[in-house]
Design a protein around this ligand. Sequence first.
Ligand code: ACO
Length: 357
Amino acid sequence: MYRGYDISYLAEKKTFLDTAYLLLNKSLPTEEELAQFDLEMKKRSFVHEGMKKLFDSFPDNAHPMAILSAGVSALSTFYFDHLDIDTPEEYMEMANRIVAKIPTIAAFSYRYSQGLPIIYPDLKKGFTENFLYMLRGYPHHHIDLKQIEVKALDTIFTLHADHEQNASTTTVRNIASTHAHPYAAISGGIGALWGRAHGGANESVIRQLEMIGSVDRVDEFIARAKDKDDPFRLMGFGHRVYKNFDPRATTLKKIRNELMGQLNIDSELVEVANKIEKIALEDDYFISRGLYPNIDFYSGLILQALKIPKEMFAVIFVIGRTPGWIAQWIELKEQPTIKIARPRQLYLGPDDRTPKK
Ligand code: ACO
């Protein structure tokens, strides 16, 4: 649930922009408010031209997550009035600016990492379509994006928008609790999300499917996943919290099926994934342990079908999660006093060893 709305309702009936508005403003937008927010996102989607020098300075093949984290941190050098913001209007300006610019910085991160020409935002396109255009397009060239492609990515953004106190959100709150710049907090969140145990899990799903390679080898890997003496685990199965099903996965499965059908995708990798999914849903080992396909299983397959490179998977997560992170920052700001985060440490080392004389 986000602010009292079931995420499947938001993913199926609303857009990511509605969800971002909900998280930032605490209620869903009216038609007029949504149009205004959409305009605001478009106007703010360009980044300062000075940022290009920063992108230019990274080596070829730099990881887009590293560039994104540095780019967001650098944004705080352009908008440095954070210590003086105290009113809801000022919070919203900080918030809207970062939500609007994240897709542009994200797309630039990829284009620069590949030596490709950067594509500026197109004001005629909606939030999610524009990101796909900046990522996959060519200068002065029309890109033919199917509606289902935009809908699938929009759904992924919506389903990633917030999720309790996970590692990256807690990182954002820890940094924000010191009164640091909110973009420094978001940059820290990006660092926390980068790891394969968090935002990198769906990339691992695709790498594992590629490693399995063909349907004939699925049984061998299922047997390995069930073998107590083998550390191998099926990526994209199981969740620390969801022990009967992952509600986000249920929604993504539907959109995955629709996308694959409409794009006519029928690769060996998809066949491998389908076979693993079928076996795992019927096998007592997985059922008795509550191991169901999680959000990463389906999002990995969708992003692969959208021709999004694997190293961008975690970046996609960042775009979706930014409204959630920034809503958590606003929540902190709205408290009468912000207490600096300081988890207790339980010291287990030696007692006082200082020489007494
Ligand atoms: N494949 C095979 N067996 C598994 C898997 C798996 N993916 N996940 C858990 N198990 C087994 C364990 O071996 C254990 O078996 P046992 O009871 O016989 O010893 C049992 O299921 C419980 O496993 P735990 O590790 O205790 O479960 P936990 O809740 O701590 O772990 C986790 C959850 C980390 C997600 C785990 O299921 C996993 O490693 N999954 C694969 C990685 C993955 O997909 N991560 C993305 C998670 S979704 C997200 O973060 C957005």
